[in-house]
Design a protein around this ligand. Structure first.
Ligand code: GLU
Length: 278
């Protein structure tokens, strides 16, 4: 298997040192493996993502010394691909329309049959087909949620056997139960990060997903989607998160650590890369 990895920022702001570490870790792994490094802009959230951040992101990465294969994939140009994934999940019968408000969801969580939990595990009483049709007719907003119960029915014993390889740690079980029935799309936005990332990793032949450990909890969900959609599961590497002087994670809202500010302030890129070792 040839080594292909990617860096997949969302252009909702400028990149900071934490992103630089993630990008550099993936790029460096590709160089060491004599493999491929791709760049993907995850900009499906058209409210939060701004096109003006894109050239800055590219300049930041070039300044850091990274290079990537063209073309850069821009997810906002592929909503049709993600709509087809949602259709497949609908055909499999593993997603359902959820009309509940946030408050109603919290109420359901509080009176869940097996005791109150932290996450939504589906409606306590399923909605009748008549009520659903009536609510669709009145144009109410809804979310498409992935039903873990239905996934279990469709996959049978494969559900409990799901796993993935974590680079350096070996085989890991992929148990999506702690996440509950997550939202995969909304009536007005027919996709989500989960659908788009799973689709694109497969489409682009990503053999190694290298990303921060803050996304580790989502990996079982991504493995579940790969299993449902008959897509290959890449090898995952969840790297540590870089922390600032106060032991906090870098955040987009902290302007002082954006790569743009550092670059324009004359900090040499070697100084940034020096923070990545150890
Ligand atoms: N777009 C995601 C982010 O900026 C990264 C997704 C991934 O690497 O899987 O957090």
């Amino acid at each position: 298997m040839s080594f292909t990895t990617r860096f997949a920022p969302s252009p909702t702001g400028h990149l900071h040192i934490g992103h630089a570490f993630s990008a550099w870790t993936a790029w460096h792994a590709a160089v060491e493996a004599e493999g491929r490094f791709l760049l993907r802009l995850e900009d499906i959230d058209t409210d939060r993502c701004k096109p003006e951040f894109e050239p800055v992101i590219l300049d930041d990465l070039i300044w850091l010394g990274l290079d990537w294969e063209e073309p850069v994939r821009r997810q906002s140009e592929h909503f049709g691909d993600y709509a087809r994934v949602l259709e497949r999940l609908q055909t499999l019968g593993v997603v359902y329309r959820c009309f509940k408000t946030r408050r109603e969801i919290l109420e359901d969580i509080a009176r869940a049959p097996h005791g109150p939990g932290e996450v939504y595990r589906g409606p306590i009483e399923p909605m009748s087909a008549d009520e659903e049709a009536a609510r669709i007719a009145t144009d109410e907003p809804f979310a498409w949620r992935l039903s873990l119960d239905h996934c279990r029915d469709v996959l049978g014993p494969r559900f409990d056997a799901m796993g993935y390889l974590e680079d350096g740690l070996g085989e890991q079980a992929a148990n999506p139960d702690p996440l509950g029935d997550v939202i995969l799309a909304r009536k007005d936005v027919g996709t989500s990060y989960h659908i788009a990332v799973v689709h694109d990793d497969a489409l682009q032949g990503i053999s190694h997903v290298i990303r921060g450990e803050d996304l580790r909890e989502m990996t079982p969900l991504h493995v579940l989607l790969q299993t449902l959609l008959d897509l290959p599961t890449p090898i995952y590497r969840h790297h540590r998160l870089l922390l600032d002087e106060n032991g906090e994670r870098f955040a987009k809202r902290n302007r002082s650590v954006t790569l743009k500010a550092l670059r324009e302030g004359g900090v040499p890129p070697e100084d940034i890369r020096a923070r990545f070792s150890g």
